[in-house]
Design a binder for this molecule. Structure first.
Ligand code: AMP
Length: 124
């Protein structure tokens, strides 16, 4: 079952211009802005403008135009933030087990130096 969408999540409020953001780029379908609590020298977020709670709902129900715009934007943000040539990591936390905190689909683009190992192996 698709995740329900909370209209009052913080990214929905950013999209309604109720709270400010530090924009990297914006087009018809996508907004990208700098993370408020950067984990690396470059840490941008890329979100669709429409109401998708997570990657599963986006993958299952977004239009081709929205999906193309989103993937194109990932490349544009990597270029605009200066990480495209030296490399970067994209993270998409999804749902409870993925530790997604904001229930509006977002990809993190992190870079500006080594991003470190992908995941630490769990002991248990
Ligand atoms: P996640 O844990 O994948 O849901 O990531 C949520 C991200 O949103 C975190 O990296 C937060 O620092 C970031 N964040 C929360 N509020 C804001 C905000 N107002 N502007 C920019 N980034 C935010």
């Amino acid at each position: 079952m698709a995740a329900t969408y909370d209209d009052n999540n913080i990214f929905a409020r950013i999209l309604r211009n109720e709270i400010p953001n530090n924009t990297v780029l914006e087009d018809e379908h996508v907004l990208s802005f700098h993370d408020i609590s950067p984990q690396r020298p470059v840490h941008a977020l890329v979100i669709p403008k429409a109401a998708y709670a997570d990657l599963t709902s986006f993958a299952e129900t977004a239009s081709d135009a929205e999906i193309v715009a989103f993937v194109r934007a990932l490349g544009k943000v990597a270029r605009a933030t200066g990480v495209a040539d030296d490399g970067y990591r994209i993270i998409c936390n999804t749902g409870e087990n993925g530790h997604q905190e904001v229930p509006h689909l977002h990809f993190h683009i992190v870079g500006g130096g080594s991003t470190g190992p992908m995941l630490r192996r769990q002991d248990s």
